[in-house]
Design a protein around this ligand. Structure first.
Ligand SMILES: *[C@@H]1O[C@H](CO)[C@@H](O)[C@H](O)[C@H]1NC(C)=O
Ligand SMILES: *[C@@H]1O[C@H](CO)[C@@H](O)[C@H](O)[C@H]1NC(C)=O
Length: 435
């Protein structure tokens, strides 16, 4: 982005001034001593009230897209159709500055099961798509991404995505989407809530730590989420009645944030709420985490309360009244941007990390899409649209699944709706993206 380029020039100037000038002063020295703060992404990022700030004091607003890597193959989608470089180049060309890169805890569980050995991509394709199709799609993957080979592992593909993001100055927000790798989400998929069939809390915190630590080598990684879309475990009535509540939410998010922060204290950590992450009200308004009586307290996050960010999702696609959609967004969590409002007890940055709509028609000109865009622009809030994928390797049992909500076409070669990219997405990125 232009802002980042300018900042690099400014810090270079500051550096040469300090060398040339006999009257050198403190802040350029600090820049010299801290390499990370002197070049993109100018990390580590911190929160300051409603804003995310970089190490130079600039405000950072993510404007980006989701890129799923939590499906059964457990690597980012689309790479049998296009190279990593071409996908990031397309994202970057719109003015977007970030990706929400999703992964499954199972990827890390598999590493522990195999005594530290990560699974090869070749094997992953075969496991997920079967011998014949797996081998075929894997050879397409190699043809499009020739730097990979038979010993390339899942995590090495994530590494390569992160490296390309660093090269093109695109922030990586790493999102734990599922425990067991699969399409998300339903209320009976065993991944709904802490303690559900596949959602073992110890495996989860171990996975968060592992990725936070692994991500230290990713220049572009500036934040991680705790978990995508917590939801009521409908297929487990006992867990549902005894544990699906804000009290247990708070207990578990303290474990999750601590796991990430101890492994990698630089990262921002995103907190998501109940009912598919559609509301964060008790955190924002500082009311009791029922049925308990504890309330959100910065002291519960010793030395890293300034790393916490709220995220919500919105899919009220049939909205017909923009004012009511806006008040719904405000009441669900965006109120935390407004220290001036009496109800906003705890002020945080808030991002809309999922919203989206069918790209095959003119939904982008409808009430929902235009209203979300105007709200994000007014609030100067960050966002990730669902989804970049033109298709998935596999979704809900169907291979090469067509994604009509995808920004890209089925083969990821170009935009599904150029009209939206030009008339909707680019203006939104321009109105919001900074840093
Ligand atoms: C295979 O790919 C991995 C990364 O994906 C790389 O580290 C390794 O050097 C490659 N091996 C060969 C023989 O090219
Ligand atoms: C937790 O990870 C272990 C491997 O370390 C795995 O065997 C086990 O199935 C995982 N638990 C769940 C609930 O997925």
């Amino acid at each position: 982005m232009m802002n980042s380029g300018l900042r690099s020039v400014v810090s270079l100037l500051a550096l040469s001034c300090s060398v040339l000038s006999p009257f050198s002063w403190a802040s350029p020295l600090k820049t010299i001593n801290n390499d990370r703060a002197a070049s993109w992404p100018f990390g580590p990022l911190v929160t300051s009230g409603r804003d995310i700030k970089n190490a130079q004091g600039g405000t950072v607003v993510y404007a980006g897209t989701n890129w799923p890597g939590h499906g059964e193959v457990m690597i980012p989608d689309g790479l049998h159709y296009q190279s990593i470089e071409s996908v990031i180049t397309k994202i970057k060309s719109t003015g977007m500055n970030a990706i929400r890169l999703t992964y499954a805890i199972q990827m890390i569980d598999d590493i522990y099961s195999k005594n530290g050995q990560d699974t090869t991509v070749r094997q992953s394709f075969i496991n997920a798509l079967g011998q014949t199709n797996g081998a075929k799609v894997y050879s397409q993957f190699l043809a499009k991404n020739p730097s990979f080979n038979d010993s390339t592992t899942r995590l090495q593909v994530f590494d390569a995505v992160a490296a390309e993001c660093a090269k093109q100055q695109v922030f990586v927000h790493l999102d734990n989407h599922m425990s067991k790798a699969a399409w998300c989400c339903s209320s009976n998929d065993g991944n709904t809530w802490f303690g559900d069939t596949y959602y073992n809390v110890d495996n989860w915190t171990r996975g968060l730590s592992y990725m936070a630590n692994h991500g230290k080598s990713w220049t572009a990684l500036t934040s991680m989420s705790l978990r995508n879309e917590l939801r009521k475990p409908e297929s487990n009535p006992t867990l549902s009645s005894q544990s699906y509540n804000w009290r247990d939410w708070y207990t578990n998010i303290k474990k999750g944030t601590s796991a990430i922060n101890s492994a990698n204290p630089d990262l921002l950590i995103f907190l998501s709420g109940l009912d598919y992450d559609t509301y964060m009200t008790p955190v924002v308004q500082g009311t009791a985490f029922t049925p308990g009586s504890a309330k959100y307290s910065a002291a519960d996050f010793p030395n890293y309360a300034n790393k916490l960010v709220l995220e919500i999702h919105n899919y009220q696609n049939s909205a017909s009244n923009c004012n009511s959609l806006k008040s719904s967004l405000y009441n669900s969590g965006f109120q935390a941007l407004h220290a001036e409002d009496s109800g906003a007890k705890n002020v945080f940055p808030v991002l809309l990390t999922e919203f989206g709509f069918d790209m095959s028609g003119n939904a982008w000109q409808g009430t929902y899409a235009t209203c979300i865009a105007s709200y994000l622009a007014e609030q100067k809030a960050g966002w990730f649209i669902w989804v970049v994928s033109g298709s998935y390797y596999i979704r809900s049992g169907t291979q090469d699944f067509e994604e009509t909500w995808g920004l890209l076409k089925h083969d990821w070669s170009g935009w599904r709706s150029s009209a939206y990219i030009e008339g909707g997405l680019k203006p939104l990125a321009k109105a919001t993206a900074q840093g």
